[in-house]
Design a binder for this molecule. Structure first.
Ligand code: GLC
Length: 531
């Protein structure tokens, strides 16, 4: 890397789900004053930026991803002035603030949609996707919603269907309408003027749909109970021609304000994902790389080829990024178990590229089983097995009732994990071998060692199929990362010969010289080794 890297390249992003981070006013739901009260924790943890899932006014049909006003704050979370204070307080601590921007759809309670649905000749009619019924009176085509059922909803008042790729209360905007587009760019400007450091843009790859409304092909092996979003191939609803022009326009809007970051939520195969950097690197800075959250198998060879192929596919000058968890997928410690999740955390925080950490994953928080009657998520109501509530439970701060998230005796919006008395920030801060201590040590090392934050990456071939080894190098410093994916002890060989010095084991119990001719790793162990 020749230029001085940007903050979003060397830094680590921490995702906050505001409902679940910290309840500042004792109503059982997290809020912005709560987040402000925990900024010192985030500084201590040593992340660089926080990304907040939506904080805007919303009827909460999809927990804030259904926005009724893009330029205000939901009273549950606080006031606009709280958001302004959060920006000031975060900046004081050298933390950047990234907002979630949801451009694919609004809430059906957004005034734009209220106007749009009021009559066929309303000036905002075309801001949404309205279509006549098919000849039999049914929906215009076969498109299905990500949350299940048809993506079309009939509206009596004007006799047409509107499109909703998610909940029926989330009508899709029409990104072919230039006035709507400009209104959305003004939303970005509203927040950029207030000092927001960037956006994570929701379902960026889905903004345009086929103008001819052609039917999507069905996935032949989909069966009831599988996630509804896997039911169809999004051939005519995702990654459509013309999308890159919109992404470039968004990027230009951010660029009006200097060094801000543009992150895109994009679930696409690698070769198509790469297009979202833009031919001139003039689109998203970080098209989210979700391979670690979507992979059905977590084993050394799979992960090694995943990393290798991603590195090879990156366009010249494009900056990589890695995500291990988010508010839409089961938590990493539940998918892999707490032991292997420690190795995964080392992987995330030692690879080349910006890491994104999901709140609570730094503690090894796990999914919490939610009884049907307590489920909130529309995706879970359609099919409880696919619900996202289990991975959105309140942050575990200490061992007092309600885990220090809400005052004792208050009903929290989702139940607290049963294990909170042992797995919480306060306890793990005291424990030199805890998951949290591991995460913080990795973050601190990543900041201290340019080889980790900006060095080159090289896959190292070795014989043991249960292990993955790679090299990070910057100027004259070289670090080796070796990870054991198995639940038994493994010997890794051959590695670059000679001696190395282990500076960190995921067990947090050894710092020693080692002979790299035959390096022994305990079950699930990962080591960071100075060469
Ligand atoms: C994105 C969000 C998800 C939301 C959906 C609709 O995938 O991450 O939580 O339900 O978009 O906005």
């Amino acid at each position: 890397m020749t230029q001085t890297p940007s903050w979003w390249q060397t830094g680590t992003i921490y995702q906050i789900y505001p409902r679940s981070f910290m309840d500042g006013n004792g109503d059982g739901i997290g809020d912005i004053p709560g987040i402000i009260s925990k900024l010192d924790y985030l500084r201590w943890l040593d992340v660089d930026a926080i990304w907040l899932s939506p904080i805007y006014p919303s009827p909460m049909a999809d927990f804030g991803y259904d926005i009724a006003d893009y330029t205000d704050v939901h009273p549950i979370f606080g006031k606009l002035s709280d958001m302004e204070q959060l920006i000031v307080e975060a900046h004081k601590r050298d933390l950047k603030v990234i907002l979630d921007f949801v451009p694919n759809h609004t809430s059906d309670e957004h005034p734009w949609f209220q106007e749009s649905r009021s009559s066929r000749d309303n000036p905002r009619r075309d801001w949404y996707m309205w279509h006549d019924p098919a000849s039999d009176g049914g929906p215009p085509n076969n498109w299905t919603s990500f949350f299940g059922g048809s993506a079309w909803q009939f509206d009596e008042q004007t006799g047409q269907y509107y499109l909703h790729m998610f909940d029926v209360k989330q009508p899709d905007l029409n990104w072919r309408n230039p006035d709507m587009r400009e209104a959305m760019y003004n939303v970005l400007r509203f927040w950029l003027e207030r000092g927001i450091d960037g956006f994570r843009v929701d379902v960026l790859w889905m903004l345009l749909k086929d103008e001819q409304l052609r039917d999507n092909p069905q996935h032949p092996d989909w069966k009831p109970g599988d996630p509804p979003y896997l039911r169809q191939e999004g051939r005519y609803t995702e990654d459509q021609p013309g999308i890159h022009e919109i992404v470039r326009e968004m990027r230009k809007t951010l660029d009006e304000f200097g060094e801000r970051v543009f992150i895109g939520e994009i679930y696409l195969p690698i070769h198509r994902l790469m297009h979202y950097y833009g031919e001139m690197l003039d689109e998203a800075h970080l098209p989210f790389n979700f391979q670690f959250v979507t992979t059905p198998t977590w084993e050394a060879r799979t992960i090694q080829s995943m990393v290798h192929e991603y590195e090879e596919a990156l366009p010249e000058g494009a900056w990589p990024n890695w995500v291990l968890g988010n508010h839409d997928r089961p938590r990493v410690a539940s998918r892999l178990g707490r032991e292997q999740a420690r190795a995964a955390q080392m992987l995330l925080l030692t690879l080349r590229g910006t890491p994104t950490c999901y709140y609570g994953d730094e503690l090894g928080m796990q999914d919490v089983a939610i009884p049907l009657e307590m489920m909130h998520d529309p995706q879970g109501k359609d099919n409880p097995a696919n619900g996202r509530d289990p991975n959105r439970t309140p942050m575990q701060w200490d061992d007092t009732p309600n885990a220090g998230f809400s005052p004792a005796g208050i009903q929290t919006w989702l139940p607290i994990a049963l294990d909170y008395q042992n797995n919480n920030v306060a306890a793990e801060q005291q424990d030199p071998r805890s998951f949290l201590t591991l995460t913080r040590t990795l973050l601190t090392l990543r900041r201290a060692l340019p080889a980790l934050s900006q060095g080159t990456y090289q896959t190292l071939d070795q014989d043991n199929a249960n292990c993955f080894a790679f090299l990070r190098e910057h100027e004259d410093t070289r670090y080796l990362v070796v990870l054991n994916f198995a639940e038994t002890e493994q010997v890794v060989k051959p590695l670059p010969t000679g001696q190395g010095h282990i500076i960190l084991s995921t067990y947090l119990d050894r710092e020693e010289d080692v002979d790299l001719a035959h390096l022994q790793l305990r079950a699930h162990e990962g080591c960071l080794i100075k060469l």
